[in-house]
Design a protein around this ligand. Structure first.
Ligand SMILES: [Zn+2]
Length: 233
């Protein structure tokens, strides 16, 4: 079992067993200097690259429980290369606050349909990619080129419809027992991470919104669905 505090497995040890190789990498630091750590779990030669982001808004943390569950799973399919980012906003999650330490909504700070906005809970920052957390996540996605990225939010209870990848959206929604929702983006969805991934990279990003309180059963459904849909493409 691997917990968040576990040391990385030595690759020469992992090669002699059937366990997935586990590596940890710090991809950047937050405004307050907290490390942004991505954990990679995969068997050698795995080709289905899937990135899971537990939290981007610091007061929406249920997705971090999905990441924990994925860290602890011992039965990953051999084709699945999982990349797990518990939170891209560790300052926000530590403070139970939506924004990062600069007061920027990281999910409005990406360079797709970015525009300036008033300071407040959805402040888009002084410019696209003005925040170190956004830059680190942008660089990670560009480098990994995951076919699927799943980001968890609360509390709108649904899986966001996309301009692309709707069969995958529907499969995720069905497995997680959530409705597909067309979140109307007029005026509020500027500079989102998902919008940037879907319009500026080859990959598919899907927004999953849990409810306000999330039973363990739904966390289990979500983790199992990420593994199944992420592998079965
Ligand atoms: Zn959110």
């Amino acid at each position: 079992m691997l917990g968040l505090g576990a040391a990385p497995a030595a690759s020469e040890d992992a090669a002699t067993t059937d366990a997935p190789v586990v590596t940890r990498e710090v991809i950047g630091t937050s405004v307050k200097g907290r490390p942004l750590t991505v954990i990679h779990r995969a068997h050698e030669g795995a080709t289905r690259r899937v990135l899971v982001i537990g939290s981007i808004h610091g007061d929406e943390r249920a997705g971090m429980r999905v990441v924990r569950r994925l860290l602890d799973r011992t039965d990953l399919p051999r084709r699945l290369a999982l990349w797990l980012l518990r939170t891209v906003n560790p300052d926000g999650t530590a403070a139970d606050r939506r924004t990062n330490a600069h007061g920027v909504d990281l999910n409005r700070n990406f360079p797709y349909r970015w525009h300036s906005s008033a300071r407040g809970s959805t402040w888009s920052g002084s410019g696209p990619l003005s925040e170190p957390e956004s830059v680190a996540l942008r660089d990670l996605v560009r480098r990994l080129d995951p076919w699927l990225t799943v980001t968890f939010h609360q509390p709108l209870f649904g899986v966001g419809a996309n301009d692309k990848g709707m069969p995958t959206v529907r499969a995720l929604a069905e497995g997680m027992r959530l409705p597909v929702r067309d979140y109307v983006c007029t005026g509020i969805c500027y500079g989102t991470f998902t919008g940037w991934v879907n319009n500026r990279t080859d990959g598919l990003a899907v927004t999953v919104e849990f409810g306000r309180t999330v039973p363990d059963q739904r966390i289990r459904w979500a983790a199992a669905t990420v593994v199944r849909v992420g592998t079965d493409r």
